[in-house]
Ligand binder design. Structure first.
Ligand code: 13P
Length: 252
């Protein structure tokens, strides 16, 4: 089963709408490479302008969060319907920064995954262990717990459509990436967990990215690993030239 490589930039809290449009002007055409799916996950405020700027390109638009309710008294929150209306395709759910700084729990992550599917959005679900969990030999336990919780209540067909991003928390923004071999091992384990829950077909189809200090020059190392289907990239996705090289590095 061949899985289409997916490179997603997670801009986090970077770029105004005008800056986002200027970025697209630079990457248009160049970051559109046959056989690689390229995605930009931008702040909410840049999404309408980006949707317009990306028209006629193969780049896909992603958000970085959504609320789990369809609507209601949740001041400051954004629903799946609001994102869908803008032309958003992907939504990052359960990023470690949201778990750490905004108290997102496994249960909330699961509710958000269901909300994404209700609105026709594809979740990019983040899992990954803290440094102390890795050092205590708990990496597998942590990614199992997070994966099982995030996927609870999905159909096998939905499970196969989810993109998982394995992002060890100690590797994010630190310049200290996981080795490709270690990432491959954990990602293979996550695929096994999904297989145990939803069967071999879903496990073979689900795409699992690595994230954490990925640079253009390291993308090919990760992509050579059989279990790794792409990357979720923060810092190195912000500069147009760097983003283009990330996508090129995933060329099959
Ligand atoms: P960096 O690529 O900046 O380490 O960030 C990774 C990340 O958190 C992507 O979601």
């Amino acid at each position: 089963m061949s899985r289409i490589p997916i490179i997603a930039g997670n801009w986090k809290m970077h770029k105004t709408a005008a800056e986002a449009v200027a970025f697209v002007r630079e990457v248009k055409g160049k970051a559109e490479i046959a056989g690689v799916e390229s995605v930009i996950c931008a702040p909410f405020t840049a999404l309408p302008a980006l949707a317009e700027a990306l028209k006629g390109t193969t780049l896909k638009l992603g958000a970085q969060n959504l609320h789990f309710a369809d609507q209601g008294a949740y001041t400051g929150e954004i629903s799946g319907a609001m994102l869908k209306e803008l032309g958003v395709h992907y939504v990052i759910i359960g990023h470690s920064e949201r778990r750490q700084f905004f108290a997102e729990t496994d249960e909330m992550v699961n509710k958000k995954v269901h909300a994404a599917f209700r609105h026709g959005l594809v979740p990019i679900v983040c899992v990954g262990e803290l440094l102390e969990e890795r050092e205590a030999g708990k990496t597998r336990d942590v990614v199992r717990r997070q994966t099982e919780a995030a996927f609870a209540g999905l159909s096998a067909e939905q499970a196969a459509q989810v993109v998982v991003a394995y992002e060890p928390v100690w590797a994010i923004g630190t310049g200290r990436a996981s080795t490709a071999e270690d990432a491959n091992e954990v990602i293979g384990y996550i695929r096994g967990v999904i297989g145990g829950l939803f069967g071999a077909d879903a496990a073979a189809r689900v795409r699992i990215q690595y994230g954490g200090s990925v640079k253009p020059e390291t993308v090919p190392d990760f992509m050579r690993q059989p279990e790794i289907d792409g990357a979720l990239v923060g810092g190195a996705s912000l500069e147009p030239a760097s983003y283009i090289r990330l996508v090129e590095g995933a060329k099959p």
